[in-house]
Write a protein that binds this ligand. Sequence first.
Ligand code: SF4
Length: 693
Amino acid sequence: GDKRLEELNVADTTCGYCAVGCRFDLYSDGEEILAARPTDEEDAPVNGISTCVKGKFGYDFINSDDRLTTPLVRDANGEFREATWDEALSRVVEGLGSIKDEHGGEALSMIASSKATNEDNYLMGKFARQVLETNSIDNCNRLCHSSTVAGLAQTYGYGAASISTEDLELADCILLTGSNTTEAHPVLATRIKQNVRDGADLVVFDPREVQIAEYATQYSRVKPGYDAVWINGITRYIIENDLYDEEFVANRTTGFEDVREAVQEFTPERVEEVTGVPHEEIVSAAETIAEADSCVFGWTLGLTEHSHGTENVIAMGNLAAITGNLGKPGAGVSPFRGQNNVQGGGGDMGPLPDNFPGYQDIADDEIRAKFEDAWDCEISPEYGYYTTQMFLAADDDDVRGMYIVGENAAVSEPGVNHAEEVLENLDFLVVQDLFVNETAQYADVVLPACSFVEKTGTFTNTDRTVQMVKQVMEPKGDSRPDWKILQDLANRMGRDWNYDSTAEIMEEVNSLTPLYGGVTHERVEAEGGLQWPCWDEDHPGTERLYEEEFNTDDGKANLQGIGYSEPAETPDDEYPFTLTTGRVLYQYHTGTMTHREEGIMQYMPSDFIEIHPDTAANYGIEGGDMVTVESRRGEIVVPAQVTDRVGPENVFVPIHFAESAVNQLTDEEHLDPAAATPEFKVSAVNISPYEGE
Ligand code: SF4
């Protein structure tokens, strides 16, 4: 624009795309976002002056023509029409209220949003339990890192990264697996590459030769679905050759003998047989890790989105512990979280069927009594449904109504054809979002929410740093911040909520959530970010977890011997390929935001399938040809990209487009037993040249 920057609104805020948590100054003329500029480096602990293409340019969606600016309700013909807030909220009260009256609160479920602030999400959890009277509230973490949370919580006590982002630059060695870091966490990849340039080792295990593998000291291609095997193989080699950290094992862990025994079978030769990784590569990876003074173990969904993701994470937790790589600079575990606020809003704030904020178990009588008292309500000790279970429970009418906030379940759920059926058949569905996305097509009422540039609150990033999000524009049209919508609804349903600001909501969080005891807006603002645990107002926050002790009953890392389980579905004659799914740089999740960015759409206008050159030749497929991809659950048609980034037995399709919705192919039934995560990373499929027009 021609306006000078100093005449504009400016806010130092936190990126709303991914969980790296970059900070920058946003400039707005009140109508649109005009620029994102580096903020003072001191205030940007994670990114300094870097940002990626999404943080820099990804703001067209805010003013996109189809941005929802007024509530919508269904008219008598089943079409949406615009409505006042009063009418729309009355319909919601009636719709959800009548199900609750007739079938009890348990017949209702809620999906909270990891895009929304901590304060919004705290209130969603409170709303579900206090107002709807259900524990069936969950969020997108179920589809991604819930197995990380379960595995790390069992082993070390906290389901979160133990490191600070800075450790990626301090580490002597970094092991990355199942992480397309360059595309999914661009600014973290920049920091890792910098460290590699300075001499650190980078070891990458992945079914796809992802871009960051170009920088690796060692890249090993693994067969999808067998991660516990190669991890146990490395652990075995390190133990057998006395390369482990004896002192750390003796003083800081339990269960070592158990691990030693469980990994016996995973000789380098056996690992080669099961995973396809040559045995010398297991040996060299083990030696690199063992010889390093410090090592960070980083992963994303390639490790977790399995019917046994929790086992994979436990195996990784064992490896980090036996090598003494916890609680010191440059060392630790780092699950890179995806959504901007999935750590905070998706986990810490407790919109979860089994936990209150701060991972406080709802089945614990004392804890439940504390919340019943604070919220003035009765809460059932029975866990509610996980997201994945909600869609299965709806088949038996155990779930009849849903309230979905900022989550595009009709595209992102596994086995999406069934999810759509469920949404269609619910007695009542309310969707709160920025757009009439694919999920909202099934709604009875759609409520317009605001994006992160239109509201104030906090996000918690992937290294547990709570950071301020600041309003730099008025809400578009009649849209409202989630917390205000929830407050209005709660009051219409007989409660008396009177928060004046998100700072006040955070005060309530502080009083009920020990991990966030000292995380006030005032301090987050003054200190430029605070890492939890932060027990009280004098506590400085925690850069690295487990420096002194683990968060377990005995204060030690509780290691468990773990074998491996086969993926739920393995290739056969009919479906000979293993499909994995994932992200690409230019797009974001189901595309609700990025598909509205012209610049971004030029780079990547549709999904595609990666096919190895040998496979393509066998099937007579060339780059750009349309290909039918078929699983036991559905089929899609996408253009081919012929590339040896994937192996000959594997294919890959990104997750970003509803038209090709790769989740028509994925499996909703085989869930991780501890975390209920679906197996997005392994589906047996067949491919053929597309025969249609
Ligand atoms: Fe935003 Fe993530 Fe890009 Fe940083 S790396 S600018 S947080 S999308």
